[in-house]
Design a protein around this ligand. Structure first.
Ligand SMILES: CCCCC/C=C/CC(=O)SCCNC(=O)CCNC(=O)[C@H](O)C(C)(C)COP(=O)(O)OP(=O)(O)OC[C@H]1O[C@@H](n2cnc3c(N)ncnc32)[C@H](O)[C@@H]1OP(=O)(O)O
Length: 378
């Protein structure tokens, strides 16, 4: 048992630089332990006890129990074995250990492995979890999966939940012929008071939260781009880890046409991914890319024939979802380091402030009015 505890402590030291559990995460984990449907067994309970004590009180500071006080001695040994492990690290390891217990406790109430569980009751954003994959689907096919204000908020919430659920990765895709036609242009006119300034302020806040959640998402984030993508559904791809696309997909960022400017950190990620020359043509002149071009420019990981996309991609993702989840998360956090995330948050804030002003410009209002009055289509 001592060896296990020491191993655990060492593992935690290794992960310390890349993981942070807040006090709230820890408090939630403490509550979750009480709700576990299956007894995790004595060995795990002792580990939990030791980590809890270390996280709340620091190093073991009580006298060793007598040799015949078996239970308290085992607990003391486990706590003492954590040595001078920092409280913060013990807290993180406690949270990790609890989250590793949740799948087994929940699986029994979910039925057989492979059973799809619907996690969010919404018509327009459907979230399911199956085979270690949380899937978030744009589901407004009759509107080409245009993203309403409510959908931004639902997706933000779905991502926050997915970051803590027991899945290994999260995958976005669209239902129907489009991946997404981007921002729903009726968002501009659907504020309760019809006041565009109110929309601009609220829209910028919602957008900033939405993009921040992508920046901070800790697990592999994959897009399966099943068809054309427009606007924000393209720019967010720069924040994904892997992008698979149908050969029918196109990638279009017509910001200037709409009197708008880039968002989702694309003013930073696109030049970084494809070089400034190609990024400028997309983001300033609104050049639409084919799937092949997006692949050549590094925005897309791999292109599949539309007829085989679903079969090939999901088989591959299911296999990836079986890889050790902590290793994948830690690799991701090395690739997207904390300094990089800090930079992305700053870019996001600046883009949102810029857009807030743009949405009030004649250029933008004119473009949205033209679309609404059916005079313009991309
Ligand atoms: C919180 C706020 C955050 C804001 C973040 C900002 C993001 C910026 C962007 O995303 S910019 C991109 C905005 N998107 C567009 O400009 C696309 C507009 N749509 C089109 O140009 C065309 O609809 C099309 C090229 C995508 C598809 O054309 P097609 O002829 O194939 O289909 P229809 O036009 O008949 O579309 C079917 C119905 O869907 C409605 N629709 C499609 N896209 C949008 C959209 N983005 N917003 C609102 N509605 C959209 C279209 O109006 C049709 O509806 P109808 O059947 O009721 O007529």
């Amino acid at each position: 048992l001592l060896q296990v505890v020491r191993f655990l402590a060492a593992r935690v030291h290794l992960g310390r630089a890349t993981m942070r559990a807040s006090q709230k995460d820890f408090d939630n984990a403490v509550k979750q332990v009480k709700l576990l449907k299956e007894d995790p067994g004595n060995e795990v309970k002792v580990k939990l006890y030791a980590l809890y004590k270390q996280a709340t009180e620091g190093s073991c500071n009580v006298p060793k129990p007598g040799v015949f006080d078996f239970i308290n001695k085992v607990k003391w040994d486990a706590w003492n074995a954590l040595g001078s492990l920092p409280k913060e690290t013990a807290r993180q390891n406690y949270v990790d250990l609890v989250s590793s217990l949740i799948p087994s406790s929940e699986a029994s109430s979910r039925g057989e492995p492979g059973t799809q569980e619907k996690l969010l009751a919404s018509e327009d954003v459907v979230v399911t979890s199956e085979d270690g994959i949380t899937k978030i689907v744009f589901n407004r096919p009759t509107k080409k999966n245009a993203i309403t204000t409510q959908m931004y908020q639902e997706i933000t919430q779905a991502l926050k939940t997915a970051s803590k659920d027991n899945s290994a990765m999260t995958v976005f895709t669209g239902n129907g012929d489009y991946y997404s036609s981007g921002n729903d242009l009726t968002n501009f006119t659907s504020t309760p008071s019809g006041n565009i300034e109110e929309f601009a302020k609220r829209g910028a806040d919602i957008l900033r939260d939405f993009v921040d959640t992508f920046i901070d998402f800790p697990k592999p984030l994959v897009a399966v781009v099943n068809g054309p993508a427009v606007g924000i559904s393209v720019t967010t791809l720069g924040l994904f880890d892997v992008v698979y696309a149908s050969d029918k997909a196109t990638f279009h960022t017509p910001f200037s046409h709409l009197g708008q400017t880039p968002e989702a950190c694309s003013s930073y990620t696109f030049p970084k991914i494809m070089g400034p020359a190609k990024a400028n043509e997309m983001l300033i002149f609104g050049k639409k890319l084919t799937a092949g071009e997006a692949y050549a420019q590094g925005l897309v990981t791999e292109v599949f024939p539309d007829s085989t996309l679903q079969k090939e991609v999901w088989a591959r993702l299911k296999a990836y979802a079986k890889l050790p989840p902590n290793a994948m998360r830690i690799s991701k956090s090395l690739i997207k380091s904390s300094s990089e995330r800090e930079k992305l948050h700053a870019v996001n804030a600046e883009e949102c402030t810029t857009l807030q002003a743009r949405w009030l410009s004649e250029e933008c209002i004119g473009a949205v009015t033209s679309f609404m009055s059916r005079k313009a289509k991309l």
